[in-house]
Design a protein. Structure first.
Length: 454
């Protein structure tokens, strides 16, 4: 009997060590791909690709991809929108294929290295090659979305219910730490490019390409440490062959069988739209309304990145004490207060804008991390990748609503202050919708064990 107990203890210790090792490997995909989001999308690519498009524009300021007249200043935004369409069509297909086959790692590798290769190839965006830039951006953005859906779908498999909030929070923290680290190095290169014997264009292209190299190199760690599981028979079956919109429709129809999961997804769609719009429009608010220069805006981005690490870890601890749902609701209150305070910021005062960045950074990582872990409890077994594809679409596919509200508010009032404060409605509505979701019942409805604290 004593021998059996000892063997059981040893087996349990081995299983725990294996799980922790796999979780550490999982964190590194956030570490790998978040650099693309920070350095490429947030800081460098938008202004640079716009300058390349302007270099190719005619006398009236238009470029003509496929013969369609497009203002050079709008080319980047339209390209991002096109990448969303591609991602929305591809993600459900990749998710369903991963769930049916149980082979997520090859699909993760394919999407990750497709995105990394496209990003590395941005080194060749010089002169007037705006079409090449647009193509690489579409490929990289869509590949990132697919890879994140697959990556997130590992979470329910590598972490039991009671560990999931902490594991998700650490993943986000890894991502923000990597983003801040590489952005500092990139900014040194960019600001001191003359000292390195580089033109400004060459420095930017090196910064863009370095994000792709980083993405590809560190993706090796999760691919080595994550392991495949046998596919679980999905509840209610599902379409075996589908393409594009058919698979998307099939996924959404299946989600109607779990209305509480769909209710959470709707709440997340609303408040995360507010989050994404604040991220994308804060720099516009800072430059146009508060009259801050580029160095102040970049400093604010770095503050957000660094403090999002601490915020994700701190909110993970709060979730252990109060539950993920309550902690997310608290973060939405904090978002509302922070954006409301942003309305009153004085002009030409970067210190107050930094204070706003501190407030955003402290709640940003935790809101996203805990939303991911909470959703993982609501996914029926065998459909992790497919459902997380829908989750990713609520992040990237529907995030045009917030910018539209922001733009309309500015158009109607002529004030960026009114535009920024209009985003409060997303956090208020999201709070109400999330508060109405009976999370424990939703978890049971999905066929999953209910954690002690949720």
């Amino acid at each position: 009997m004593g021998t059996d107990t000892a063997r059981g203890t040893a087996a349990g210790a081995t299983a725990l060590a294996e799980r922790k090792r796999e979780q550490r490997g999982w964190y590194f995909y956030d570490w790998a791909c978040s650099v693309y989001s920070t350095s490429v999308l947030t800081v460098f690519l938008g202004p640079y690709l716009t300058s390349v498009a302007k270099a190719a524009a005619d006398a009236d300021g238009y470029v003509r991809p496929l013969g369609v007249p497009v203002r050079a200043g709008s080319f980047f935004a339209y390209t991002v929108s096109l990448s969303v369409v591609v991602a929305v069509l591809v993600m459900p297909l990749a998710g369903a294929a991963a769930d049916r086959s149980g082979r997520k790692k090859p699909l993760l590798a394919l999407s990750a290295y497709t995105g990394a290769a496209a990003t590395t190839a941005m080194f060749f965006l010089d002169g007037d090659r705006y079409l090449l830039g647009g193509l690489l951006l579409v490929v990289a953005n869509a590949a990132l979305a697919v890879s994140m859906a697959l990556y997130n779908s590992f979470l329910p498999q590598i972490a039991p219910a009671e560990e999931r909030d902490a594991v998700s929070s650490r993943g986000w923290a890894f991502g923000y730490a990597a983003g801040a680290l590489v952005l500092v190095v990139n900014l040194v290169l960019y600001l001191a490019h003359d000292s390195f014997g580089l033109t400004e264009s060459a420095a930017v292209r090196i910064c863009l390409a370095s994000a792709g190299v980083w993405w590809g190199a560190f993706t090796l760690i999760p691919l080595r440490r994550l392991r495949e599981r046998r596919p679980v028979p999905a509840q209610g079956g599902g379409a075996r062959t589908a393409t594009g919109l058919r698979q998307l429709v099939a996924t959404l129809k299946d989600m109607r069988r779990h209305p509480l999961t769909l209710s959470f997804l709707l709440a997340y769609l609303v408040y995360n739209d507010g989050v994404q719009t604040v991220i994308s429009q804060a720099s516009v608010y800072g430059s146009e309304e508060l009259r801050l220069d580029q160095s102040a805006l970049i400093t604010a981005v770095l503050l957000v990145q660094v403090l999002a690490v601490a915020g994700a870890l701190a909110m993970g601890r709060l979730a252990r004490a109060y539950g993920a749902k309550r902690t997310i609701l608290g973060s939405l209150v904090a978002w509302t207060a922070t954006i409301g305070a942003g309305y009153f910021l004085p002009k030409d005062s970067p210190g107050w804008f930094y204070a706003l960045a501190v407030g955003i950074g402290l709640v940003l990582g935790g809101t996203q991390a805990l939303s991911r872990s909470l959703f993982s409890h609501l996914v029926p077994g065998g459909k992790e990748a497919e459902y997380f594809s829908a989750y990713e679409m609520s992040d990237r596919g529907i995030s045009w609503v917030g910018p539209l509200v922001f733009g309309l508010a500015f158009q109607l009032t002529g004030s960026y202050r009114d535009a920024i404060v209009s985003l409060v409605v997303f956090f208020l509505i999201g709070f109400v919708l999330l508060a109405r979701v009976p999370v424990r019942e939703a978890i049971r409805d999905a066929g999953n064990p209910v954690p002690t604290r949720i």
